[in-house]
Design a protein around this ligand. Structure first.
Ligand code: NAD
Length: 330
């Protein structure tokens, strides 16, 4: 069974090959992203294996279906990159990896918070440069601060637990409150109350039509002045232009991003020898109070192994004609 694996990085290849040992999967490694133009590379494949920045719109899905592709296997949790209506119309099932390591993303999220709050990114560069001055490195305690969590699913719940451990007061918004978290002291509130009450605001809800630009100019204006904003979920949750304007006025005091709304074509690749044309993105690293990582929150050994295992299991089910696990929209 041929599987056309798009957006392949060396680590994908290593972990998927290891997980597929002894299976009937024959990988076709492709380093290009999947979009309508790159679909011919899937000719003869039973399935395509895709990642977060592949573009599975109606045109791409239609061409895959015409080629006889039987399954879209996402090797990630989020599925905002797929036109599910088109996939349903074409009868093309989409499977994903709903849970691999929520700890990986939650720990990276808190890592971004600590980096910003204690200015570790500046301290690291200073000490290497022989500059041992503390001027400009003054931080604040997380203990006693109010953390606002938007989305308390697998990842948001772990972030809540870690921050409770730091002694934060945790407030949260989620259409489905988690009674276990409520019992541990998390207070569920309407979104606008979380936005207004948080010293630290962190986003863990999925990107959908209704959550696109959930953090926009209006909501930023309603935050506490100097708020610490972290987004490790999906770039489209945040209006980057509005965030830049708020960094300039000090309304946002600290910003940690692992995702960016126009990250496709930028993240996961080495552009260090090129001129990057995205002026909005390139404004972000010019702020001393901003830390951006390039969609690496998931990137731990444990998460990669779990992603590969579930992806191979999903593909083997297809090969054997068994019921598919982890169907998106099921
Ligand atoms: P999950 O499905 O377990 O949890 C999402 C939660 O968001 C659910 O509890 C849901 O009820 C809630 N939600 C939905 N709409 C909401 C809204 N409008 N406001 C508030 N809450 C809302 O998902 P998860 O595994 O916790 O992952 C969360 C997100 O993290 C994913 O959607 C994905 O985009 C992102 N993610 C990022 C990385 C990374 O490497 N940066 C890795 C994995 C996942």
């Amino acid at each position: 069974m041929i599987v056309a694996c798009y957006s392949t990085q060396p680590h994908d290849r290593r972990s998927l090959e290891a997980a597929a040992t002894g299976s009937p999967i024959e990988w076709r490694w492709l380093d290009v992203r999947l979009d309508a133009h790159s679909t011919p590379l899937a000719a003869g494949a039973a399935a395509v294996c895709c990642f977060v920045n592949d573009r599975l719109d109606a045109a791409a899905l239609g061409r895959l279906a015409d080629l006889g592709v039987k399954l879209v296997a996402l090797r990630c949790a989020g599925f905002n990159q797929v036109d599910l209506v088109a996939a349903g119309r074409l009868g093309l099932p989409v499977v994903r990896v709903p849970e691999y390591s929520p700890h990986a993303v939650a720990e990276h999220t808190v890592g971004l918070m600590l980096t910003l709050v204690r200015r570790l990114h500046k301290a690291y560069a200073r000490v290497r440069d022989g500059n041992f001055s503390l001027e400009g490195l003054l931080g604040f305690d997380l203990h006693g601060k109010t953390a606002g969590i938007v989305g308390t699913g697998r990842i948001g719940a772990r972030v809540a637990e870690i921050l409770l451990g730091f002694g934060c007061r945790v407030i949260a918004h989620d259409p489905g409150a988690d009674p276990r978290l409520a019992a541990r002291g998390v207070t569920y509130l309407p979104l606008d109350h979380v936005i207004a009450g948080a010293d630290i605001l962190t986003l863990h809800c999925p990107l959908t039509r209704s959550t696109h630009h959930l953090v926009d100019a209006r909501r930023i204006a309603a935050t506490k002045r100097g708020v610490l904003l972290v987004n490790t979920s999906r770039g489209g949750l945040v209006d980057t232009r509005a965030v830049i304007a708020a960094l300039k006025t000090g309304q946002i005091g600290l910003l940690g991003l692992d995702v960016y709304e126009e990250e496709a074509g930028l993240f996961f690749l080495d552009h260090s020898d090129e001129i990057i044309g995205d002026d909005i993105f390139m404004r972000l690293p010019t702020f001393p109070n901003v830390v951006v990582t390039a969609h690496q929150a998931f990137f731990t050994q444990e998460a990669l192994a779990a992603i590969a295992e579930q992806t191979v299991r999903n593909l083997v089910h297809l090969g054997r004609g068994e019921a598919l696990e982890a169907l998106v929209g099921a």
